[in-house]
Design a protein around this ligand. Structure first.
Ligand code: ZN
Ligand code: ZN
Length: 136
């Protein structure tokens, strides 16, 4: 099968491409992710780092997760949109902000993380795996 998954930022300068399937999809309720997407919660789709191609002028922003792992957000230098998430807890994975991924890809999160930071109006489906904090 030859499925290509493409993503790009608003201005189109930061690019992502893979022909590999995502290995993990999660919906994050932390304040950082909410800020990154402007949404009530953000879906991040993770791919194997060695199976993806990324390009463009990306600016890394590094911070510590509450679990003590260094996390890096890669932002497009031109339009300032957050594109990628790289955590020291997942050294072989690259997270892509689901909003940036082009159709026909539809994100399907398998778990919700940082539910302790969840906004009160957001409801999580009951059968969904939930973690109060992050997993990385
Ligand atoms: Zn988050
Ligand atoms: Zn851009």
């Amino acid at each position: 099968m030859n499925i290509e998954i493409l993503a790009s930022c608003e201005c189109g300068k930061a690019q992502f491409k893979t022909t590999d399937k995502p290995i993990l999809q999660l919906c994050c309720h932390c304040a950082d992710c909410r800020q990154a997407t402007g949404d009530d919660a953000s879906t991040i789709v993770f791919f194997k780092l060695d199976k993806v191609q990324i390009g463009g002028d990306l600016q890394p922003m590094t911070y510590m997760s509450d679990l003590g792992n260094q996390t890096q957000r890669l932002t497009c230098e031109h339009c300032k949109q957050v594109m990628f998430d790289k955590s020291a807890g997942f050294p072989h994975m690259l997270g892509v902000i689901a909003q940036r991924i082009a159709k026909p890809f539809v994100a399907a999160p398998q778990m919700h993380v940082w539910t302790k930071s969840k906004l009160p109006n957001v409801e999580i489906p009951k059968q969904m795996k939930q973690f109060e904090k992050g997993i990385s």
